[in-house]
Write a protein that binds this ligand. Structure first.
Ligand code: SF4
Ligand code: SF4
Length: 393
């Protein structure tokens, strides 16, 4: 018997977190007399900010260490998971984790009766609006948490690590048990009982939130999944078609390559208030992924399929409240915001202000206290901001 856990994390930002969870599952399992093995999948070259990546933990009650490693060691991915952990809930919109071969459903590997386990502040029903349906019953469970972004050499010590260990124990004690999790955390941190307490809290949470997802629940997965040739199909003289390349400046052209869309790497998305844009060109010039398209009226539309959510445009825009980064899960698709704006300006501005008020994030990355949603200033359509008119409030 082998229990398989995959830990879906955002490249760079959560690398140390994913690795720590995978290795601690193995250590705790071994303290319970089980055999464990953990590895990470080579993701991209180099692993990039935000790209969906995976670590794995395998636990067995009856195989030897050598047998388990032989079974699980040299694979780039697994076929089925007992638990798929998701450390950033925006990955429910799909992950393109390796070699850019298709946007995959986050629950792709969850086997019949397996569980998708998410650190999130949303409910399972809210998340199922984005998750692909499956032909069999599976489970979903949540425990409260923000995306815990650190960095390549940085680990944000916000208890997501401990909570995830407790959550895994809550879903499947055949992988690790909650008492063993608590013993381990107290052994490692004898003066910090709050770590084991955080694990126990998540353990209780996932047992309360876990629910069965029936066939047909979720959305139809429409992303095309490329079928790659197997190694034994590479005959002598086989040619793999080259990736299409082009460099074409101008509206809707830019130097983007349609094969390399990085939309699944984003946790946040810029909302643009076109009505207060001064057409300064800075967002168009500075976006690292060349997402901005000049429009016929001198504004700049955004191609969200290419947007990585880096936030640079929001930082560089000189007009306050003109570009604001908000929670990616507020968006159902990648449609053009400029087209929505030109169709109905009043409706667009009302929508933009609502999106800004619901999910404006600050301190998303290495420094700060984590993701905080704050209230911003409401700007009327085409209107000057209060600061510009000298008024308060
Ligand atoms: S967040 Fe802004 S700057 Fe960054 S990739 Fe998206 S559009 Fe470009
Ligand atoms: S940086 Fe801001 S003001 Fe300048 S063109 Fe872009 S959206 Fe408009």
């Amino acid at each position: 018997m082998i229990k398989r856990v995959e830990i879906n994390y955002r490249g760079i930002f959560q690398k140390n977190l994913g690795k720590k969870i995978g290795s601690d599952i193995v250590i705790i399992a071994s303290r319970m007399g089980r055999i464990g093995f953990s590895n990470g999948r080579y993701s991209d070259s180099p692993e990039r900010n935000g790209i969906p990546c995976k670590y794995f933990a395998f636990v067995s009650h009856d195989l030897s260490e050598e047998e388990l490693e032989a079974e699980c060691g040299a694979k780039l991915d697994i076929d089925q998971a007992d638990i798929s952990v998701v450390l950033d809930d925006t990955m429910v919109k799909g992950v393109e984790p390796w070699g850019w071969h298709g946007v995959r459903a986050i629950n792709e590997k969850v086997q019949p009766g397996g569980t998708l386990l998410l650190s999130t502040k949303k409910t399972a029903d809210e998340l199922l609006q984005f998750i692909g349906r499956k032909p069999y019953q599976w489970n979903i469970a949540t425990y409260e948490g923000d995306p815990s972004f650190g960095g390549l050499w940085v680990f944000r010590d916000d208890l997501t690590h401990e909570r995830t260990l407790g959550a895994v124990a809550g879903i499947d004690p055949d992988i690790i048990g909650i008492e063993a999790v608590e013993d381990y955390l107290n052994y490692k941190n004898p003066k910090e009982p709050f770590r084991a307490e955080a694990a126990r809290k998540a353990y209780d949470e996932v047992r309360a939130t876990k629910r069965t997802v029936n066939p047909g629940e979720g959305i139809e997965w429409t992303h095309e999944i490329p079928v790659l040739p197997k190694w034994f199909e590479f005959m002598e003289g086989a040619a793999v078609p080259a990736v299409k390349r082009h460099f074409e400046m101008g509206p809707k052209g830019q130097s983007r390559n349609e094969t390399f869309k990085r939309g699944t790497t984003k946790t946040q998305r810029p909302v643009v208030r076109f009505d207060i844009c001064t057409k300064c060109t800075l967002c168009w010039l500075e976006c690292p992924d060349e997402c901005f398209d000049p429009t016929t009226d001198g504004l700049y539309d955004i191609a969200f399929e290419y947007c990585t959510g880096c936030g640079k445009c929001a930082q560089i825009c000189p007009v306050q409240e003109c570009i604001v980064m908000v929670d990616e899960l507020q968006f159902a698709d990648n449609s053009s915001p400029w087209e929505a704006y030109t169709q109905n300006r009043e409706n667009y501005v009302e929508w933009a202000e609502k999106a800004k008020s619901k999910g404006r994030y600050i301190h998303p990355f290495v420094t700060g206290t984590g993701l905080e949603s704050v209230q911003g200033e409401v700007v009327p359509l085409g209107g000057k901001r209060a600061a510009q008119t000298g008024k308060e409030g």
